[in-house]
Design a protein around this ligand. Sequence first.
Ligand code: PGA
Length: 222
Amino acid sequence: MINILNSYKELSSIVADIVEKQLRKQPLSKLILPTGSTPLGLYDELVKRKLDWSHTITFNLDEYLMNHDHPYSYHSYMKKNLFDRTNIYPNNCNFPFRPTLSFEDKMYTYRGIDLCILGIGSNGHIAFNEPGSSFKSRTRVVDLTEQTIQDNSRFFGSAEDVPKQAITMGLGTIMESKKIILMANGKHKLNILKVAMNGKVTEDVPASILQKHNDVEVFYCD
Ligand code: PGA
């Protein structure tokens, strides 16, 4: 079921309520976090709420294969938009790394993710699991599709500057989260969102795997 909201402000604040509730209920929460345009309002809202992040452990969904200090890396994005504005410990902020099996081991040692926040790409990807990704996939290095490179060129200035590869959590990895929230913003996302949530469950539409999860909430605003 897609919850249609009235505004981006409402989208950000409803998802912030869910994160806040989780952190208050269980300070030692393990979260999976997204990047991109959609969660910017969520991160602003969470910062405003001055929550205690000192026991929280985060795992980001993905990262480009590039220098982490690059201004457009997801490390830099997260520091700028959330981590440097809260009391979270930098050592508790994890990003997929190589060898990817060691990253999966690290996630496993924390015994399960409590809450995973996702966005959706215009081609139906979640994290950088592009169409055709196996539903069983684990964290791995992937080639980005032309569509994703075009979509993300707005951050880099030009498509040539977008890295062509990334490390992403797999669909199998994401599905092990206890609770999943999918956020989507903009009319250009509505069609793919409907296909993913109401259409056939197929690896051609990676987000359609969410139909098989027993605790997913989907929020959309245009
Ligand atoms: P966006 O990206 O929030 O920048 O639209 C979402 C995604 O590609 O997963």
